[in-house]
Write a protein of this length. Structure first.
Length: 301
């Protein structure tokens, strides 16, 4: 569905190499997160796909069409939700969406537009001017705008930045529904829990290069060897009591708890060591790795 081969981008103005030899293959129906720190190169990649930035090297194929040689065809296949507000605020929502439909030669899609506005809680704003919308409404309007021509791939560049939690959840539901209906989705976000909740595949860009590209579950599994364990005792514990576990960095919490960082394969051994010392524990809590922890480990490597 989307093939990116050896794509590089150096901005002429400052000679910044924003993308270094990127290779990606996204198949139909995938829901992929594109993560990376500020300045990693995510927007550059999205802008290349949108046709707003020219790549320096490489090849991009969208639905089998070449991005530069068959621009019109590729534009029909993708819908892009940009990071920046990208419409004329002097038009009403309805006018903006009609204008957008016009670019694709679509005329009788009012019903579909109403459906989209309804799904994103914007139906009562049809007659409002773009400039009259709140920040969150503007972001949702960008999603509707990207979808009027029923693209097969939806690419969202930080769609939930500045959107309140409740509306963020409305967006999540909407994106899930789109994904279920077969849409291929690429989501750039700074909210890692968002990627964890929605996406199946995670791509991490760092300094213009892809440093991870894995199914989310595999990434979490590979990085989840080290776990944090909290053990509760029914008596007040002392750090000196745990010297025999010093290699696991014991820390006392709330007087009756000790927390340890361990390799999960060592858990049984450690519990046995504690029992051999006749230290009776009453509870045990294991904290699993979150995608955020994995992400931080990856970009710090
Ligand atoms: N038009 C431009 N001219 C020159 N340099 C640019 C231009 N756009 C981006 N850059 C540089 O390219 C690098 C990648 O920027 P990009 O906007 O792609 O990052 P990003 O991952 O989208 O960051 P963010 O999360 O902050 O949006 C940065 O060093 C940035 O300063």
């Amino acid at each position: 569905m989307l093939k990116i081969n050896n794509v590089s981008k150096t901005y002429l103005k400052n000679q910044k190499e924003a993308l270094k030899n990127i290779n990606l293959n996204i198949t139909k129906g995938e829901f992929t997160a594109l993560l990376g720190q500020n300045g990693a190169g995510k927007t550059t990649l999205i802008n290349i796909l949108a046709g707003n930035v020219k790549k320096t090297h490489g090849e991009v194929k969208i639905g089998g069409y070449d991005l530069e040689k068959q621009e019109l065809e590729t534009k029909k296949i993708i819908g892009i939700v940009p990071q920046e507000i990208s419409y004329d605020p002097a038009f009403t929502v309805e006018e903006l969406l009609k204008k957008q439909s016009g670019y694709f030669g679509l005329k009788n899609n009012n019903e579909y537009i109403d459906e989209l506005l309804e799904s994103l809680a914007l139906k009562d704003k049809k007659k409002a001017y773009g400039r009259e919308l709140s920040g969150g409404m503007k972001r949702r309007l960008l999603i509707v705008k990207a979808l009027v021509h029923k693209p097969e791939i939806l690419i969202l560049d930080e769609p939930t930045a500045g959107v309140d939690i409740e509306l963020r959840h409305t967006m999540y539901e909407f994106l899930r529904k789109l994904h279920k209906s077969g849409m291929t989705i690429i989501l750039t976000t700074h909210y890692i829990e968002e990627a964890e909740k929605l996406c199946k595949r995670v791509i991490v860009i760092n300094n213009g290069s892809i440093i991870a590209d894995e199914p989310k579950d595999k990434l979490l599994k590979d990085f989840s060897k080290e776990i944090k364990v909290e053990i509760d005792f029914d008596w007040e514990v002392n750090i000196a009591d745990f010297e025999f576990l010093s290699e696991y960095h014991p820390k006392i919490k709330d007087k009756r708890k000790v927390s340890l960082k361990i390799d999960k394969n060592d858990l049984t051994k450690i519990l046995e060591m504690i029992m051999q010392k006749n230290m009776k524990f009453v509870d045990l809590n294991i904290e699993k790795q979150k995608l955020e922890d994995v992400y931080l480990q990856l970009i710090r490597r």
